[in-house]
Design a protein around this ligand. Structure first.
Ligand SMILES: [Zn+2]
Length: 306
């Protein structure tokens, strides 16, 4: 091949490459035009009325997946049920440990939830393995007296404090451990008529000895059958009670919820998955009562717990 032939071939090759590039650029340009560009082109080229020139598919529709674009609005928009700010709930289970406790712990685990168990010392002695399981699975064991017998517990402040000593011994025996912060719940609550004569003195002595006591401001009424005036099945009544009392907090995001259950109640075990699922959907965070703000209070009159 002489030099002229070689130069001609090079020139032809360059022209071919240039042609390919121009063709590629033209295809890219045509492909990137928007529907609006195409409709504008139609108007100019065909002089069609504007209404006919607008493409059937609007650009806004193009952003939706094909399978949802045709769904009615009510099905495509999620129902907004979560509060804007995460909220705290302190789940508590009273009167155990008992044969249901392990099942309750399993359900809590499956929702990544933790709870405070206000245990009765007498049952801790009877079921030490269940008591140990509460602690070993990352939940908080707390004091609900030793006997749960209101005539004994509220015979005097001394009697109440003695119940607490017995409870501490039972938990130490069962768990080989005692929480740094012992939360206390009065049997029947601190407003119980049985506690009326000595509750003030009991509170003073608890506070002076570094304890905190906690009532509750919500519950599923699993020990309050009097409220079941329609004789609903347990689970229906408990679930309805749960829903109704949680409404109180819808407009009151600042108040932490302290929720009362009894792990001794079979119906409560049955509704627990539905309750936890609902709480998760509402954005609640599960907290233990040893992290309640009242532990930071140094003046008893400043306690906020229900
Ligand atoms: Zn109780």
């Amino acid at each position: 091949m002489n030099q002229n032939e070689s130069e001609q071939k090079n020139r032809a090759l360059k022209l071919l490459l240039l042609g390919v590039w121009v063709l590629y650029a033209l295809l890219v340009f045509l492909n990137n035009r928007t529907p609006d560009d195409r409709s504008a082109a139609n108007v100019q080229e065909d002089s069609a009325p504007v209404s006919e020139a607008v493409p059937e598919t609007q650009p806004s529709d193009l952003t939706q997946p094909a399978d949802t674009a045709q769904m009615p609005e009510s099905e495509t928009l999620p129902t907004v049920t979560q509060p804007l700010v995460p909220r705290d709930i302190y789940l508590s289970f009273d009167d155990g440990p008992c044969e249901n406790t392990s099942r309750v712990l399993d359900i809590l685990d499956s929702y990544n939830a933790k709870a405070t168990f206000f245990t009765v010392g007498f049952f801790v002695d009877r079921y030490p393995d269940y008591a140990a399981e509460i602690v070993n699975r990352g939940n908080l064991i707390a004091c609900h007296s030793y006997t749960h017998d209101v005539t004994k517990c509220y015979a005097s402040a001394d009697a109440f404090m003695n119940e607490l000593v017995q409870w501490r011994q039972a938990v130490t025996n069962a768990c080989g451990y005692l929480p740094d912060r012992v939360c206390v719940r009065f049997p029947g609550g601190s407003m119980s008529k049985y506690a009326a004569d000595c509750s003030a003195e009991i509170k003073d002595r608890l506070f002076a000895n570094g304890y905190r006591w906690f009532n509750w401001n919500a519950g599923d009424n699993d020990k309050w059958q009097k409220g079941n005036t329609e004789n609903l099945p347990d689970e229906e009544y408990f679930m309805r009670s749960y829903r109704e009392c949680m409404k109180w907090f819808d407009d009151d995001p600042e108040t932490p919820v302290v929720f009362l259950f009894h792990d001794t109640e079979e119906g409560t075990v049955h509704i627990l998955p539905a309750v936890l699922s609902d709480l998760v959907a509402r954005g609640y965070r599960f907290k233990l009562l040893n992290t309640h703000p009242d532990w930071d209070v140094t003046d008893m009159s400043a306690l906020t717990a229900p």
